[in-house]
Design a protein around this ligand. Structure first.
Ligand code: PSU
Ligand code: MN
Length: 306
């Protein structure tokens, strides 16, 4: 038996071919503070429903891998102080020990594939950290994109990462990086970065067709759809640059390493901007959820046409 438990709503959607969008949970436990994290998680789920798809938030609760959480489960996770951060390496260990953990982009992709879900929406992906030449800190999200066939909608990558190196690693791994309706690779809080994305698509239909074509070609990995933050919600890169520099320097001087690096930086940036970064974060996640629902709907339509 497949080791994943579908919520009744997700199971019904699977049976009927209704579009589904997977959501990660590390953004809830390690990406935003309570209670905003719970509010955003609920809001993003309702955005997906409003766009005709079923949300499937992924998490491990007491050893069980879930696709689709009840509101009580979501609430419990948002308030939990000791949920682990689960990437590819951690998933089986957490389940074997009967523990609770939130899934990163990598682990959410693994769960989505197991649950038969094609599309996953989040805020930002992990990538190659600044200083990776010394630290070797490269997120397992990048290699997951190379091997797991899920289309991931994100707002590009945060400037806490080395964006040129992140794009190089994705290229080496054969991951299509597709900017949505613009040429520039978006930089999370800013709609544009100085770099162009290698690919561009302008419609959910084309993205859905490329997703299905990869399967027909027998290509194992996913696609990264880089969806820019709406311009009204942007924070200029200049405003955040000193904040990011300070947070990165603090991480180094405090000896933060491994999987603690990204949560540390996200938390410090939230504090150093008095929560301003969160408003933009919420806007871009909701924007990604909407596009994810549109892509999932197109995939469902194309499948039903055979
Ligand atoms: N980047 C963000 N927001 C996030 C994360 C990354 O802008 O919430 C989270 C995601 O869950 C991502 C994970 O998969 O951090 C990457 O962690 P690491 O760099 O340790 O692989
Ligand atoms: Mn890392």
């Amino acid at each position: 038996m497949t080791p994943i438990t579908l919520s009744p709503a997700v199971a019904e959607a699977r049976a009927n071919g209704t579009p589904i969008v997977a959501l990660e949970s590390t953004i809830i436990t390690h990406g935003m503070p309570f209670p905003q994290n719970l509010k955003v998680a609920r809001r993003v789920e309702s955005d997906i429903r409003a766009n005709g798809a079923v949300p499937a938030t992924i998490a491990v609760l007491n050893g069980t891998l879930h696709a689709g959480l009840t509101d009580d489960q979501l609430d419990g996770l948002a308030q939990s102080q000791d949920a682990a951060k689960l990437s590819r390496a951690d998933l089986a260990v957490c389940m074997a020990q009967g523990r609770t953990g939130a899934t990163t982009v990598a682990a959410t992709m693994i769960a989505a594939r197991l649950a038969g879900i094609d599309v996953f929406a989040t805020g930002g992906i992990g990538g190659v950290h600044k200083g990776a030449g010394d630290s070797f800190d490269i997120s397992a999200d990048l290699t997951e994109l190379a091997q797991t066939a899920v289309t991931v909608v994100a707002a590009g990558a945060k400037a806490i990462l080395d964006i040129p190196k992140t794009l190089e690693v994705l290229e080496t791994n054969g991951v299509p990086v597709i900017a949505y309706r613009q040429d520039s690779f978006p930089a999370f809080w800013s709609a544009r970065s100085p770099l162009d994305a290698p690919l561009r698509m302008d419609t959910p239909d084309h993205i859905a067709r490329a997703h299905l074509m990869r399967a027909r070609l027998g290509l194992p990995g996913g696609q990264l759809i880089a969806n820019p933050i709406p311009e009204a919600d942007e924070i200029p890169a200049d405003t955040l640059a000193p904040v990011i520099a300070r947070a990165t320097a603090e991480a180094a001087s405090q000896g933060i390493t491994g999987k603690a690096v990204t949560p540390f930086l996200l938390q410090r940036i939230f504090e150093l901007t008095d929560g301003q970064s969160l408003t933009a974060n919420i806007a871009l996640v909701r924007n990604n959820a909407r596009l994810g629902a549109e892509i999932a709907a197109q995939i469902a339509t194309l499948r039903s046409q055979g």
